[in-house]
Design a protein around this ligand. Structure first.
Ligand code: ADP
Length: 379
């Protein structure tokens, strides 16, 4: 059970909500953040315990923000209210009802970056311990690398913000394409292709930053559970390719389960995507290497020339065109970052008889942790 401060995040926009949540989680790691996307969730939240802070989007499509604030104030008079919105929404409200909330934050890049500090201040005023961000960040950063800290937040916020103009271009180009009759102008097709590519690059960047950089505190991890989750997530492509996946029981490791699921998922989906003519056969094995586990993911796919086995782990590096195989070249960079954050190593070698092997070194579980964690996952 969490004893940290409770924050309600009331916002109808899914990507804005996700971004606020990530930034808050990072700066206020002990806080429990309850996300309220709709009116039903709000009414349930109003009936539960009092949050310390409520962040209320000024532009809720299903309720007037003033009414939401009034309901919150009535039910939980001590909850601090942070109103979050576009400039014009906020201006109107500032004139109107200056006292209803404790802070205003604009829904801009700078506003997103400021949100955790504003919430932190509100908690501080309310006398809640927030956990000091600096130690929390050091805890999760691990010893292996200095954290980019704010740079990552900035990159994250800007890739989020850039999506809007890019998607606008996609919409405009699609509309223009629709009105051009049967033969869409070549330029519009090109504009559309570029914008779609920019959009998936931004997705890739966001995925990289959120998964690789915003890790959770390390804990014992059951690699079997990670593999099962990864295979569940890939079920449709596994079935479609009729891939034969051979696994062995895997040991306990130590780190961030969410990241390790992504690691398996990326390696297995690549093994399927870069398959040869034959039915994909993917073999997952493990053996001890000192204190660590050496995991091998073997495939019978198209293989990787030895000269390129290093470069494929760089961000954005690919060996094929997008027409041959879709992708942005983010997956293996993400894998490498995840493995490095676990103090391990990842590399690839050609497999005897064709295909590739991806080797991953992951930490062993600390003594005593394994059985407790095993109970936790098999509960
Ligand atoms: P993406 O799959 O988006 O291209 P990745 O970073 O996952 O990006 O992989 C980078 C490149 O490495 C791929 O474009 C591909 O050329 C090569 N690659 C990755 N995994 C495999 C594999 N199992 N077999 C053959 N080539 C692979």
């Amino acid at each position: 059970m969490s004893t940290g401060p409770a924050i309600l995040l009331i916002d109808a926009n899914p990507s804005d909500r996700a971004l606020s949540q990530l930034l808050l989680q990072r700066e206020l790691p002990q806080a429990s953040i309850h996300v309220i996307p709709d009116a039903v969730a709000l009414s349930t939240a109003l009936l539960s315990g009092a949050p310390d802070v409520a962040i209320v989007a000024a532009d809720l499509p299903w309720a007037d923000a003033d009414a939401v604030i009034a309901a919150l104030k009535e039910r939980h008079p001590r909850t601090a209210i942070v109103l979050f919105g576009h400039g014009s929404d906020l201006m109107m409200r500032t004139v109107d009802r200056l006292l209803a909330y404790d802070a205003l934050v604009q829904r801009t890049s700078a506003g997103f970056l400021r949100l955790p500090a504003v919430v932190g201040e509100a908690l501080h005023r309310a006398g809640r311990r927030t956990g000091t961000p600096s130690t929390a960040i050091d805890d999760r950063g691990g010893a292996e690398s200095p954290r980019g800290g704010n740079m990552q937040d900035i990159a994250l916020v800007f890739s989020h913000d850039l999506q809007e103009p890019v998607q606008q271009i996609v919409r405009l180009a699609r509309r223009a394409q629709g009105s051009e009759g049967h033969e869409p102008a070549r330029t519009i097709r090109q504009v559309l292709a570029c914008a779609e590519r920019a959009s998936s690059m931004l997705d890739g960047m966001t995925e990289y930053l959120t998964i690789a950089e915003l890790g959770r505190p390390p804990a014992p991890v059951d690699l079997n559970a990670c593999l099962t989750l990864a295979l569940d997530n890939l079920r449709s492509i596994i079935d479609e390719a009729q891939a034969d996946i051979r696994t062995v029981p895997l040991p306990m490791s130590f780190g961030d389960e969410h990241q390790i699921v992504h690691l398996f998922q990326n390696l297995i989906s690549n093994a399927i995507k870069f398959r040869g003519r034959e039915r994909p056969v993917i073999d997952i094995g493990v053996e001890p290497r000192g204190e660590q586990w050496l995991i091998a993911v073997r495939d019978n796919g198209i293989g990787i020339p030895r000269a390129f086995t290093e470069r494929i782990f760089e961000f954005g590096k690919r060996l094929h065109t997008r027409e041959e195989y879709p992708g942005m070249g983010v997956g293996l960079a993400l894998c490498r970052r995840i493995v490095e954050r676990h103090g391990g190593r990842i590399w690839s070698e050609p497999r005897d008889g064709g295909g590739s092997v991806f080797y991953v070194l992951l930490p062993g579980a600390p003594a005593g942790a394994a059985s407790a964690a095993h109970q936790a996952v098999t509960r």
